[in-house]
Design a protein around this ligand. Structure first.
Ligand code: ZN
Length: 357
């Protein structure tokens, strides 16, 4: 048996249980990881709620094991595993599982694979003591990064990197606006954009969150997006130019203002719609100013490798809002649900003397 965060029924955070599940045996080609920490994502809330609709996958079979991203230590290497990893190595677990053979997978664009599946959503997740997994989903943790920090990287930073660089084609000196900044992906986008030489703006709600985001290195200013019409403030502070790239994950409540904040030819990058899926928009406001709306969910293995290399080179770290033991998973979900956080919420899994996280 192995301890895990288990979902037996859909509902509010109180439905989550920490308990024993049968240990799933691995293939000879796989690697056994002792999971030490797992970052929470908005995805975890949708899975727990049993959300369905366009872009949200149909309900999973229950019971389900939660958790999309994590980090841990290699406990065992299967006899047929094609990998240089060795027992004791520190690894990050990438959320996307794909066929590895189709034309998308072969060029690293794994999230376009027809068989693409996400740990913790389509498949049992990483919030469990032990996990057998293909070594193609594991990447070594940079030496200067802790396992707790590494657990907040795979889904979060790959998504932000894909939006800004791979799909958004961000250039040095461009202006970037991160809308509804506070969650892990938003903070990651701020860090990456600043490091890439962009002029970074953000919007959020509430003075406590605004002050914390304004203190992040490279942030030029933070606007209040509580009221519709905030794009006029954005145009004021950018001297009428607007911004070249917008990172949008809020959706319906902010789309109209976001589009009106884009410069001619500007790109609005989408990775979520947490506030609503059906925005009120003006089509003319889009095409008459050459504006682009581009979907960029998660990202592929290549993006993951690239963003980890950048984090290492630039000594960037995930901003951690809270770190708590897996046994407090209900509280961890509540923090995310209340949206009072700035940065990542990470749960840790006690592995005894195995690893200093
Ligand atoms: Zn494929």
């Amino acid at each position: 048996m192995t301890r895990a965060v288990v979902l037996n029924e859909y509902g509010d955070p109180s439905v989550l249980r920490v308990g024993d599940i049968p240990e799933v045996s691995g293939l000879p080609s796989q690697v056994l990881v002792g999971v030490c920490a797992s970052g929470l994502n908005r995805l975890d809330l949708f899975v727990r709620q049993g959300l369905t609709g366009p872009g949200v996958r149909s309900p999973r079979e229950l019971p389900h094991v939660m958790g999309a991203e994590g980090a841990g230590v290699v406990l065992e290497v299967g006899p047929q595993a094609e990998t240089d990893l060795q027992v004791g190595d520190r690894v990050m677990i990438f959320s996307g599982v794909s066929c590895r053979r189709c034309r998308y997978c072969r060029r690293g664009e794994t999230s376009r694979c027809a068989q693409y599946a996400i740990l913790g959503e389509d498949l049992w997740g990483v919030q469990r003591e032990r996990l057998w997994i293909d070594p193609t989903n594991l990447l070594s943790v940079p030496a200067r990064m802790s396992l707790v920090e590494a657990a907040a990287v795979p889904t979060t930073y790959t998504t932000a990197w894909t939006m800004l660089l791979t799909a958004g084609h961000l250039r040095v000196g461009e202006k970037v606006l991160v809308v509804g900044a506070s969650g892990g992906v938003s903070v990651a986008a701020i860090q990456i954009a600043a490091e890439a030489g962009a002029e970074v703006w953000a919007t959020t709600r509430g003075t406590a969150k605004r002050d914390r985001i304004a203190a992040l290195p490279g942030v030029r200013g933070v606007l209040d997006s509580s009221e519709r019409g905030w794009h006029e403030d954005l145009l004021d502070v950018t001297e009428g130019t607007g911004v070249d790239v917008i990172v949008e994950s809020v959706g319906a409540p902010t789309w109209r203002d976001s589009i009106q904040s884009l410069s001619p030819g500007g790109r609005m990058m989408l990775c979520g719609a947490t506030g609503g899926d059906e925005p009120n928009i003006s089509i003319r406001e889009i095409y008459q100013s050459h504006r682009q709306i581009i979907g960029a969910p998660l990202g592929g293995w290549n993006d993951f490798v690239d963003v980890v290399a950048m984090l290492d080179r630039c000594a960037l770290r995930p901003l951690l809002h809270a770190v708590m033991p897996m046994e407090q998973i209900v509280e961890a979900h509540r923090i995310l649900e209340e949206s009072a956080h700035v940065g990542k919420v990470v749960v840790t899994i006690d592995q005894g003397d195995l690893a200093a996280v």
